[in-house]
Design a binder for this molecule. Structure first.
Ligand SMILES: Cc1cc2nc3c(=O)[nH]c(=O)nc-3n(C[C@H](O)[C@H](O)[C@H](O)COP(=O)(O)OP(=O)(O)OC[C@H]3O[C@@H](n4cnc5c(N)ncnc54)[C@H](O)[C@@H]3O)c2cc1C
Length: 420
């Protein structure tokens, strides 16, 4: 079958690979000059099924209220974005009941775990280089923080296969001696042995390389202008800046831009862009930082070693499609990390930090949209929010199952959890 994948982010590129592996002739279209240049470019790099709890856990209304009036908050709503998020926001709140949140968390865990397993299978047969770490991740909790509540949530996740260990101060230092200057700040940590990390941009290009080796064709610098309806609920072709593309099936993986192309077809995708920032610091050989990703639950800050670089990030901002990179936000992220790793300042050129921002394609519940649409030859693989890199290989496998077999194979997940 001839399949066109729209979007060469981490999700689209992994989908192209899975489809090519299933024997399809794949064309993948993207407006950028290389795969993975938008949201998949410099994200947090965490491959973390342990992060499967959606953002709207019970008590969200009270927390949101507090955050909105806190100038140091990691959440910001730009007034111009308010009209565009009201409907989505109500659905987001409706998903914050205990039952809905738990169901969404389980759906996220299932797809994230499938993803990790799929990634490990790919690594067994193909050498991949994307600055990966496979040493787990660690979340450290300041005194007076929410460690007890978090551990309770980990127990619930453990029932669904997410392993964790609770660490005391000594065990934190055994794993990450770099925290010695600030260890008294922490009451403990939770360690997730199965989590991994890596550079999502490099990984996207590794997927593109593998897909190309199986015959997939990447059409870069090509904008998708319209998905054109044919007769009898089918897509006839896709109109692009470089001419029309005709295929037997189409997969929509345009990240935050998916709703824009789907709307004229009468498909309203509940996805909005939520901006986030990252900062990447070249370490130039300094090895005094963490050896695995460390998240500080107090500062809502993370530091992720990536080869000879340290990736840091945080913040969620509702600002529509604005991707302006605010150096002040980058500095704020960096300042929080310097409180955790004060030694870094005398070894590394802080001014060499690279600021970046990207748009998380967020659904109101949390799980992505993967599977059929009202058009028999149009499939979704989009809306992965803060977990698109984590879920990329798993959701690519599911999307390929739908295209190839019309259903999910081997009861890997419950397809209803990801349905439109
Ligand atoms: C600050 C930040 C930190 C994050 N950290 C993590 C993390 O640690 N772990 C994790 O799992 N996830 C993380 N995420 C989320 C993750 O990055 C996203 O979920 C993921 O990158 C989405 O991938 P995608 O392929 O769906 O979208 P994208 O990467 O945005 O890909 C969509 C592609 O579509 C193309 N496109 C769009 N419109 C058109 C058009 N009209 N024509 C042609 N091409 C078009 C774009 O060029 C782009 O390449 C983070 C996100 C942010 C912003």
């Amino acid at each position: 079958m001839k399949v066109a994948v729209l979007g060469a982010g981490v999700v689209g590129s992994a989908t192209a690979y899975m489809l090519a592996k299933d024997g399809h002739g794949v064309t993948i279209v993207d407006r950028c000059d290389k795969p993975g240049m938008e949201t998949s470019f410099a994200n947090g790099g965490l491959m973390t099924p342990s992060d499967s709890s959606p953002w709207n856990s019970p008590g969200t209304v009270q927390r949101l209220w507090k955050m909105l009036f806190d100038s140091n908050s990691t959440l910001k709503i730009n007034p111009s974005a308010v009209p565009s998020i009201v409907g989505w926001g109500l659905k987001f709140l409706a998903n914050s009941t205990y039952e809905r949140h738990k169901a969404n968390m389980i759906a996220n865990i299932r797809i994230a775990s499938l993803s990790l397993q799929t990634l490990r299978n790919i690594r067994e047969t193909s050498a991949l280089d994307y600055d990966q770490t496979t040493r787990g991740t660690m979340r450290v909790f300041p005194r007076g923080g929410r460690m007890a509540e978090f551990v309770q949530m980990c127990r619930e996740m453990q029932e669904w296969g997410v392993n964790f260990e609770v660490l005391d101060q000594g065990q934190i230092l055994e794993k990450e001696p770099c925290l010695k200057d600030v260890i008294d700040r922490y009451v403990g940590a939770v360690f997730f042995p199965d989590d991994e990390s890596g550079d999502a941009h490099k990984f996207t290009n590794e997927m593109a390389r593998l897909a190309t080796s199986l015959g997939a064709q990447f059409m870069m610098n090509t904008s998708v202008l319209e998905i054109v309806k044919g007769s009898s609920s089918r897509i006839s072709h896709v109109r692009t800046s470089k001419g029309d593309i005709h295929a037997d099936a189409y997969v929509l993986s345009l990240g935050s831009y998916s709703p824009i192309l789907a709307r004229p077809l009468g498909i309203n995708l509940p996805i909005i862009p939520v901006k986030g920032y990252s900062v990447t610091l070249p370490l130039n050989g300094w090895n005094g930082g963490p050896t695995r990703p460390v998240m500080d639950d107090g500062y809502h800050a993370m530091m992720v070693p990536m080869g000879d670089r340290l990736r840091m990030g945080g913040k969620a901002e509702f600002a529509r499609y604005n991707t302006h990179t605010d150096a002040k936000e980058g500095r704020r992220v960096l300042n929080d990390i310097l409180k955790i790793l004060p030694a870094m300042v005398s070894h590394v050129d802080i001014e060499a930090a690279l600021n970046w921002s990207g748009l998380r394609p967020m659904t109101p519940g949390g799980p992505p949209l993967v599977g059929p649409t009202p058009y028999s030859n149009l499939f979704l693989n989009t809306g992965h929010g803060p977990l698109g890199w984590t879920m990329s290989c798993g959701s690519a496998k599911l999307a390929a199952d739908f295209v190839t077999h019309g259903r999910v194979l081997n009861n890997r997940v419950n397809p209803r959890d990801y349905a439109l």
